[in-house]
Design a protein around this ligand. Sequence first.
Ligand SMILES: Nc1ncnc2[nH]cnc12
Ligand SMILES: [Zn+2]
Length: 322
Amino acid sequence: MTSHLKKVELHCHLEGAASPTLTWAQARKYNIDISPYLADGAYVWHDFASFLQCYDKVSEVYKTEEDYALLTETYLEELAAVGTIYSELIVSPDHGKRIGLGADAYIEGVCEGIRRAKAKSGIEARLIVTGERHFGPESVIGAAEYAAKAKNPLITGFNLAGEERMGRVADYARAFDIARHAGLGLTIHAGEVCGAFSVAEALDVVRPSRIGHGVRAIEDMNLVRRIADLGTVLEVCPGSNIALNVFPDFASHPLPRLKEAGVRVTISSDDPPFFHTSLKREYELAADAFGFSDAAIDEMTRTGIEAAFVDEPTRQAIFARM
Ligand SMILES: Nc1ncnc2[nH]cnc12
Ligand SMILES: [Zn+2]
């Protein structure tokens, strides 16, 4: 049981946290046929590419500022109910543009959701703006410019997600330069679908303080030692990795080996209902599938607070709630 443990989540895509029930209701509201992507209460996909397609289709049923406020508040309240004190949500203002809502209204809706959830439960949250590789370097630069110019105190990080097999990290270097120059925290999806080379490229080109997933670094122990020496934090999402068949089962998942090797690791849910998981389940897995003690799990949670993209007074306030 991990229900007594305080929890922190650094890696969850906002639209990826949309419950099938809410998505179904939204689709009905807008008269959208979501049935190819949502059937019998579960999202329909069969590999990484079709997952990304399903994710993009599901995102399209969230259309207004209020839809985004509701989606955000609903997920943060779910987190708070299981003892979560801090959450970083990966958001895509570009998506707001694509659906005609506009990036500002999209972000304003999400921020309203954060304010409502904080007022109810005290949960603290921040936003990581992401670009997506499959929309190309120009769109990723646009996302970085948006994040840099927004001067929104809740936007504190920049990420690169999407189809990891598309392009090389160097193609997106300029976007990260813009985000770094604006003082945003940097994290990047790497070593999820692609192998160790992708993590090495991310370290070389982006020099991020965190990496999304990074788990396939385990294929190169020299790289694992480099990550440990640099102190780069891995946002590990075991349930996601098993659902996407990155590893065949929890017994072969490298989380314990990475931790053993001195890598700073945290646990997150990524796109919880798509992968039949939740942050609560990820903490349960840490205890039951990986055999971590309460102390080891607390250590990962503390690592999450240390690596959070927040100012120092906020970090200390979150630590105080541990
Ligand atoms: N797990 C994941 N990897 C890459 N891009 C994503 N976008 C949403 N979920 C993602
Ligand atoms: Zn992710």
